[in-house]
Design a protein around this ligand. Structure first.
Ligand code: TRP
Length: 323
């Protein structure tokens, strides 16, 4: 029996090379060895985009195509849409009894995000946003996932999921599985402006960028200390030339690295790696019915699994009145 992976993306924009290094590479590499479920987390995306539902809806297909383009194989893995699995919402309600407000407020990622979203939330925060780690615990446990490949910003979510699982199992009896996180080799990719690379920050390199766009973005990249470290890290991720990787790192250490020469090399390495991804994505862009079919079948399969878990959860909670 294969072990299970559950992972997800919020459909708020196209995925980018930050996701690629942090999570997607792992996801693709592991799909042969694990039963893999890739969730498009539209319900979670709405927690901070409730006033722009069209954006979320539109990006469901974009994120699906990004996953397919980087190599998620629909014959191997299951891609599905969160809002079509109501069982996840039901689990969220049950789990919400097992988490305090104070604990949610202490979650470092949520804390940071609330700070960043002052425009949206003003001095307060919505119930839905504060509680999204609970809903993420439902995402993960609905599939009894063993492993969750994520970026490092997601570690607090997995920790909180584990706490919920332990609490649930202690109170209602052994029912849920405690998942482990798996972070990629280069989990904190920065954008070309030196801030975290983000879908909505306009500082990302996406899978649909042309060679020219990539060259220009890298050309503009900041070269302060953390900026250069980021570019060198990207080179290591995207170049297959071990000798040159070693050389540029050495030059940086010696203070002899010439950014005007290094930047085009980095751009070239990224362009090369993204080329087949971009081409594959184009095939899906030209065939939206195929993407629809993949999502439809994936969602159907995912829902079966989540229903089984929900039935077990209800059984453990004595919510089985007509049995
Ligand atoms: N919170 C994740 C992100 O922002 C997306 C996500 C939703 C997720 N549900 C998940 C990731 C379950 C892993 C497992 O990227």
């Amino acid at each position: 029996m294969k072990k299970t992976i559950l992972t997800g993306d919020r459909p708020t924009g196209q995925l980018h090379i930050g996701h690629y290094c942090g999570a997607l590479k792992n996801r693709v590499a592991l799909q042969k060895d694990y039963d893999t479920y890739v969730m498009i987390a539209d319900v979670q995306a709405l927690t901070d985009n409730f006033n722009d539902p069209e954006k979320v809806s539109k990006n469901v297909y974009e994120v699906a195509m990004d996953n397919l383009a980087v190599g998620i194989d629909p014959n191997e893995s299951t891609i599905f849409i969160q809002s079509l699995i109501p069982e996840i919402a039901e689990l969220t309600v049950f789990y919400s009894n097992l988490v305090t407000i104070a604990r949610l407020k202490r979650n470092p990622t949520v804390k940071e995000e609330i700070q960043q979203k002052k425009n949206l939330f003003k001095e307060d925060v919505t119930f839905g946003f504060l509680g999204y780690p609970v809903s993420q615990a439902a995402d993960i446990t609905a599939f009894k996932a063993h492993l969750v490949p994520v970026g490092s910003d997601q570690l607090p979510m997995i920790e909180q999921t584990r706490e919920i699982v332990r609490r649930f199992n202690r109170i209602y009896g052994e029912t849920l599985r405690e998942p482990e996180a798996k972070v990629g080799e280069f989990p904190r990719v920065l954008g070309m402006d030196g801030r975290k690379m983000g879908k909505s920050l306009g500082n990302a390199i996406t899978f649909t960028d042309t060679a020219e766009e990539i060259i220009n973005k890298i050309k503009k990249a900041v070269t302060n200390e953390i900026g250069v470290k980021n570019l060198l890290g990207l080179f290591e991720q995207f170049s297959d030339d071990k000798g040159t990787i070693k050389q540029v790192n050495q030059q940086q250490e010696d203070g002899t690295l010439r950014y005007s020469e290094f930047k085009p090399m980095l751009a070239e390495a990224i362009i090369e790696k993204l080329k087949p991804i971009r081409e594959k994505r184009l095939e899906f862009e030209n065939n939206p019915d195929m993407v629809k079919e993949i999502l439809f079948e994936g969602t159907k399969k995912a829902r079966k699994i989540a229903s089984t878990t929900l039935a077990e959860v209800k059984e453990s909670m004595f919510l089985n009145y007509f049995k």
